[in-house]
Write a protein of this length. Structure first.
Length: 158
């Protein structure tokens, strides 16, 4: 009878790994799923540090598709990384991404980083704790925000 359960147990143990490999909230480019051309173009512009172009692409996309959490998240990221970021606009769009998808790991990471930019360590740690709950295994978003929080804390006067 044990031999019947072994394949089931192995499949159940492998399931979380398969889900993580396939991508999740805020991830694009999963195998078998065509990449969103808006996200691809914005990520390409961000990769070249052309944050103004990425912001423009995403602003236009949000005018047509205002209920896309990934667009809000990446738009806020592009604004935050650009010259002279409008932090009110940044928080507005990160919060909208999280309103649309409260489990959006990317938005939790990035809003946490934005809170560090404005000196709000407590709010950054709230989003770190949320990522700790969302990530069954440590995920990149959790690790990145945890590192940013640690670096921020190390720079603070004692």
């Amino acid at each position: 009878m044990k031999t019947y359960f072994r394949p089931l147990i192995l499949a159940l143990l492998a399931f979380p790994v398969a889900v993580m490999a396939a991508g999740g909230n805020g991830d694009s480019g999963s195998a078998g799923v065509p990449a969103d051309p808006v996200i691809a173009a914005a990520q390409d512009a961000n990769g070249r540090k052309d944050y103004a172009k990425a912001s423009g692409i995403l602003r236009d996309a949000l005018a047509k598709t205002p209920d896309n959490a990934d667009y809000h998240n990446l738009y806020a990221y592009s604004v935050r990384k650009g010259a002279n970021p409008d932090m009110d606009l940044v928080f507005k769009h990160y919060n909208e991404a999280l309103r649309l998808d409260s489990r959006h790991r990317g938005a939790h990471e990035y809003i946490g980083e934005a809170y560090l930019m404005v000196g709000n360590l407590g709010k950054a740690k709230e989003h770190l704790a949320q990522l700790d709950r969302l990530c069954f295994f440590p995920c990149g978003e959790y690790s990145d925000l945890k590192k940013a929080v640690a670096e921020y804390e190390a720079k603070q006067p004692r």
